[in-house]
Design a binder for this molecule. Structure first.
Ligand SMILES: *[C@@H]1O[C@H](CO)[C@@H](O)[C@H](O)[C@H]1NC(C)=O
Ligand SMILES: *[C@@H]1O[C@H](CO)[C@@H](O)[C@H](O)[C@H]1NC(C)=O
Ligand SMILES: *[C@@H]1O[C@H](CO)[C@@H](O)[C@H](O)[C@H]1NC(C)=O
Length: 512
């Protein structure tokens, strides 16, 4: 009996821990959800990085350009695109400069550009034509759940015409082959990952673009984003919506009221802490750890507001109860559009959504609120009579993502110097003069736990280490099992609560 319990306990701890870490590893993601421009649920991708390639050479050449005075007004409206296709900025790459449009993505950390022809890119970066391009002979690959890109890691000189003055030497991943990464009609040919070095591939020694820019030009380690696609049909062929990436600071003409800051909890993604969600005036009353399960991040490269499954279900229930509109489940899961006769103005039936974020004073919070126009998104006009909408919120298995659905309501400041993300009401978040977003605070956070972070704030490298450690533990456990079969069991703890072995608690401590 005791012997059997012992074996089962060992096996159980082994299997459950391995499964837990395996799950985390599988869900590790650089989320990048693209809407291809035609409504197609399978085009709303969940791209998760899985790759591990050999370490890179870390040689970086230093540019000598010094920055002129930074004029933020010159950067206003330097973005094009929309929430569905992504927001992109024009960049000059190589010598002589080749002009490419680059997707702005705060949810990854590689600067990667098309470097070979692809049916979905109009043009690409031709390394042969750049006299300053240097290959590092390092392969770099990023795999996603659906699709991937791979290529060669190199270094070249880059400038941003509507950005700070100066040219910098940066790491470039030259994309030579890819699958389901470029989409028709998006009009960008590369991706600018603005998150922290931890997420860089093949490893964190590949200095991300923004780190290089700050180091070489001396601009402040801050950037801010205004994305202006709210209320504009995501399927329109032209790109009327725009936005601004202010590099090196904050441009006061892009927001109203004050900037509210929340701490960056961990510098990998821009991870923040969410305390509470409200649908209309109804608090969802979930344990606040549910909102941060896995992680909660701010990601301009994700189209939707993505919510952990049970949070998602609670939000959908809340919206259904408030709006009293009957939809098929397909609308909420994102596989169907909802169409109304023009002039019916269905949006007035939907509630607003509020996300409460931890304030800098940890015993306070502030809330960012989006109106239905931001999350019930106009997609197309089927004919002259109907308007069709999609649901801009989706369910997530890898954490909560404050994507474009929410970001379009705000001017978002990524203050890396002071390790905080700021939100202010965006000047472009309005429709016919009516505001589409609000910010309010401070609120006392006394009713909320002092720590809402999930248990699993993990970096991929740590995951790998933990996986290996667990393999070792499992091997050891197996050995012990074999020994137990050969010899009588002397369980130190005979009671049924003693199921965690010393080995497993060691691993558990290492996970945290
Ligand atoms: C949706 O997209 C997928 C992948 O791009 C494609 O295979 C499929 O045919 C598309 N479906 C429709 C209805 O367009
Ligand atoms: C770059 O320098 C020029 C000339 O000195 C100046 O007019 C311009 O405002 C600068 N641009 C930025 C973004 O600082
Ligand atoms: C932080 O918030 C608490 C609760 O609202 C308040 O009592 C305290 O004075 C604040 N601390 C600072 C430094 O503002």
């Amino acid at each position: 009996m005791a012997m059997g319990g012992c074996r089962i306990a060992l096996l159980f701890c082994c299997v459950s821990l391995a499964a837990r870490v395996g799950t985390l590893a599988a869900f590790y993601a650089i989320p990048l959800k693209m809407f291809s421009g035609h409504f197609n649920s399978s085009a709303a991708l969940d791209l998760s990085s899985l790759s591990k390639v050999e370490p890179t050479a870390d040689g970086l050449s230093l540019a000598s350009d010094s920055a002129g005075k930074v004029n933020f007004l010159d950067m206003v409206d330097n973005l094009e695109g929309d929430s569905g296709k992504g927001y992109y900025i024009e960049m000059f790459i190589g010598t002589p400069a080749q002009t490419l449009n680059i997707l702005v993505d705060t949810g990854s950390s590689n600067f990667a550009v098309a470097a070979a022809p692809h049916p979905y890119v109009t043009h690409y970066f031709d390394r042969v034509l750049s006299s300053t391009y240097r290959s590092t002979d390092t392969r770099v690959a990023v795999k996603y759940i659906q699709g991937y890109w791979e290529g060669e890691l190199g270094i070249d000189r880059v400038s941003i015409p509507k950005g700070p003055n100066g040219t910098v030497s940066v790491n470039i991943a030259a994309i030579l082959s890819s699958d389901t990464f470029f989409f028709p009609g998006t009009n960008w040919q590369g991706i600018l990952g603005l998150a922290y070095p931890v997420l860089a591939q093949p490893d964190s020694s590949v200095e991300p673009f923004f780190d290089s820019l700050v180091r070489q030009t001396g601009i402040p380690d801050v950037f801010s984003l205004q994305m202006c696609g709210a209320g504009i049909s995501a399927s329109e062929s032209s790109d009327p919506a725009a936005g601004s990436l202010i590099i090196g600071g904050i441009e006061p003409t892009l927001y109203k009221g004050s900037v509210w800051y929340t701490p960056i909890k961990e510098e990998w993604y821009y991870q923040v802490e969410i305390l509470k969600l409200e649908v209309g005036d109804q608090n969802l009353i979930l344990d606040c750890k549910e909102y941060n399960r896995d992680k909660a991040i701010v990601d301009s490269g994700t189209t939707f507001l993505r919510l952990p499954e049970n949070v998602f279900n609670a939000v959908v229930d809340g919206i259904i109860q408030t709006s009293l509109i009957q939809f098929s489940a397909d609308f909420w899961t994102g596989t169907k559009l909802a169409c109304w006769l023009k002039g019916q103005n269905p949006l007035r039936l939907f509630p607003k959504l509020s996300i409460y974020l931890r304030a800098l004073n940890a015993s306070q919070s502030f809330r960012i609120t989006i109106f239905p126009q931001l999350y019930i998104q106009l997609i197309s006009e089927i004919d002259d009579d109907f308007e069709c909408f999609r649901f801009g919120i989706s369910s997530s298995a890898n954490g909560l993502v404050i994507g474009a659905t929410v970001m379009e309501g705000f001017y978002v400041v990524f203050d890396r110097v002071r390790k905080r993300v700021g939100f202010a009401v965006s000047t472009c978040a309005e429709s016919s003069g009516v505001a589409l977003s609000e910010i309010a605070g401070p609120f006392a956070a006394a009713d909320v736990s002092s720590n809402c972070l999930g248990d699993s704030v993990l970096y991929e490298p740590i995951l790998w280490a933990v996986s290996y450690a667990l393999m070792g533990v499992c091997a050891l456990a197996l050995l012990i099992l074999l020994l137990l079969m050969a010899f009588p069991c002397h369980c130190r703890r005979g009671d049924r609560t003693g199921e965690i072995t010393d080995e497993s608690s060691l691993v558990r401590n290492r996970i945290k």
